[in-house]
Design a protein around this ligand. Structure first.
Ligand code: THU
Length: 133
């Protein structure tokens, strides 16, 4: 699946986000073992229990038996129109926790496609990731 198709899957997943508190929908799609797994953010009244879209998608892939992820796309569909790459894109970017979880299942060359920003490597997003050998 090309980056564009993976991004389309992420945008579709954002439509299933459960976000009664933030109203900030995020979707993600992971390619692993020739399959695509999607996820959305799932919030909770106890805010800290909220799960991000990227980790929902990655954990779905791992729970299905995958151990490596080959690509990931994410879409923060409610980020402001002025949130694009030219403005730094901060509200479009994956959070630090999700970057570390990506690093668990991929090397630094993992392509991360970010709606409104483009495709970057995980190494760009998380240099010197913590790893246990
Ligand atoms: N969120 C994600 O789903 N992924 C990220 O990488 C950043 C933040 C969600 C969590 C929460 O539901 C909402 O966006 C606002 O923080």
């Amino acid at each position: 699946m090309a980056d564009a198709a993976l991004l389309d899957a992420a945008i579709g997943a954002a439509g299933r986000a459960y976000v009664p508190y933030s109203k900030f929908r995020v979707g993600a799609a992971v390619r692993a073992g020739g399959r695509v797994f999607t996820g959305c953010n799932v919030e909770n009244a106890s805010y800290g229990l909220t799960m991000c879209a990227e980790r929902t998608a990655i954990f779905a892939a791992i729970a299905a038996g995958a151990r490596r992820i080959e690509a990931i796309a994410l879409a923060c569909v409610d980020a402001g129109v002025d949130a694009g790459a030219a403005a730094g894109g901060a509200s479009l970017m994956p959070c630090g926790a999700c970057r570390q979880v990506m690093a668990e299942f991929a090397d630094g060359a993992l392509p991360v496609t970010i709606a409104g920003v483009g495709t970057v490597t995980l190494d760009t997003l998380l240099p010197n990731a913590f790893r246990l050998d």
